[in-house]
Write a protein that binds this ligand. Structure first.
Ligand SMILES: Nc1ncnc2c1ncn2[C@@H]1O[C@H](COP(=O)(O)OP(=O)(O)O)[C@@H](O)[C@H]1O
Ligand SMILES: [Mg+2]
Length: 416
């Protein structure tokens, strides 16, 4: 692993004074500090806004010296009364560790000095240190990424973008390569979805948005107790919905299954409006959640407390048949969307699946993408129409909500 992508960890001799425990009047503690490895934002010309996520805005920008196009992801500091957000620190630490063609590259961190703090000084959980007072100047920080021209949600919402089978295979192969790499480095992504999958105009796929990622360890004597309030609802696996806290890479493989089906369906396939409804939709597609198909489900906290759909047959293949004609594709989706996480296929085995080794073999996306000169991002796409969504299975199934969950505040569950 490359631990030296950009060097922020070494401490130069002229490091600034240690961080004070109290904010000096009229400034936040880091305002007067020198950040030797943090370039100033004035080195970039902002071109256009390309994303609005949970934690802030993303801009396309140009480096004034080299002309290099980058993506700047603003670190939301508004609610930070106690300094640099821990979530952003986590994202930076993980991205610094990772170095793979199918994982987005963090190029550095940039600072904009003297930003007006809007909510500062109010409601801090730390009574001794209420944060900088309202209206004072505090810095804004940006993560600087290599720029990718599209995200998968943007591409799939554009009907003019048509991927053939060989190209779909290439997308999935790269997605699984990225997952294989992060999982073998003991990192869970925990927010896999189409808008967090970037694709360059040359057709190279990059896993992005490590804002919810974490390192994991194989449980030994003690079970892990990770939070289960992760993964955007539509891509959240059944074990997390049922309260599992001792989970591993299989949570990302469920998301990979949802994304794989979405490559044909062109819309998220399981669009629940609540956790209960999400479980209902999962059972409608993948069959009832029972100890017969998933013996250890009985140990999960929510099992028995939440109403589960009884006697539903597994219909994964039947429901997807109108969209997917390829047998091996269907087989692989079926192995990814397995209810019992211990039986769900992992990235290594998925990459070995016949789907990738049968004709047509995976083929480069660059020709198809070269027909599209405009960037396609979820943020820029008009609200997704329901045309591509899986047809409702019965009368009680409600109208599909629009694809952009980021607009629905109840889905913004980013708790650690
Ligand atoms: N390196 C990048 N190149 C191009 N677009 C990007 C890049 N990083 C993020 N984006 C766009 O910004 C959106 C939000 O960024 P993301 O990292 O997912 O943040 P959030 O945690 O706010 O969802 C992405 O869905 C994508 O459309
Ligand atoms: Mg995102």
């Amino acid at each position: 692993m490359n631990t030296n992508r950009f060097n922020t960890s070494r401490t130069p001799k002229n490091v600034p004074a240690p961080v004070p425990t109290q904010f000096p009047p009229n400034s936040s503690y880091y305002e007067d500090l020198v950040f030797p490895y943090c370039e100033d934002i004035s080195g970039y010309e902002r071109l256009t806004k390309i994303g609005q996520g949970t934690f802030g805005e993303v801009f396309k920008a140009r480096a004034r010296d080299s002309g290099r196009i980058v993506a700047l992801k603003k670190i939301l500091m508004d609610n930070e009364k106690e300094g640099f957000p821990i979530t952003a620190l986590r994202e930076i630490r993980i991205l610094k560790l990772l170095n793979h063609e199918n994982v987005v590259s963090l190029l550095g961190i940039s600072r904009q000095k003297g930003f007006q703090h809007k909510t500062a000084g109010k409601g801090s959980s730390n009574k001794n240190n209420p944060g900088p007072p309202f209206g004072i100047n505090v810095s804004m920080f940006f993560l600087v990424f290599e720029f990718c021209e599209h995200d998968l949600a943007g591409l799939l919402s554009n009907v003019a973008v048509k991927f053939n089978m060989a190209e779909i295979k290439k997308i999935m192969q790269q997605l699984l390569n990225g997952l294989y790499y992060i999982h073998s480095n003991n990192i869970l992504h925990r927010d896999l979805k189409a808008s967090n999958v970037l694709i360059t105009k040359k057709g190279v796929l990059k896993l992005a948005d490590f804002g919810l990622a974490r390192a994991f360890s194989k449980p030994r004597n003690q079970k892990n107790r990770y939070t289960n309030r992760v993964v955007t609802l539509w891509y959240r696996p059944p074990e997390l919905l049922l309260g599992e806290r001792n989970y591993g890479p299989h949570v990302d493989m469920w998301g990979a299954g949802c994304i794989m089906a979405e490559l044909w369906v062109r819309s998220p396939i399981l669009q629940g409006e609540s956790e209960q409804r999400q479980l209902y939709l999962i059972s409608k597609l993948c069959g009832s959640i029972t100890p017969e198909v998933w013996p250890s489900v009985v140990e999960l906290e929510m099992y028995g407390k939440i109403e589960l759909l009884a006697n539903a047959p597994r219909k994964t293949k039947d429901r997807l048949l109108p969209y997917i004609k390829d047998n091996s594709a269907m087989e692989l989706i079926d192995k990814l969307l397995v209810l019992d996480p211990s039986k769900r296929i992992d990235a290594t085995l998925a990459l070995d699946h016949d789907f990738f080794w049968n004709d047509p073999l995976p083929a480069d996306l660059s020709t198809t993408l070269s027909h599209h000169t405009m960037s396609m991002f979820e943020y820029l796409a008009p609200t997704r129409h329901r045309r591509g969504a899986i047809k409702p299975a019965g009368p009680q199934q409600q109208v599909m909500p629009p694809r952009n969950q980021d607009n629905i505040s109840s889905y913004q569950e980013r708790v650690y």
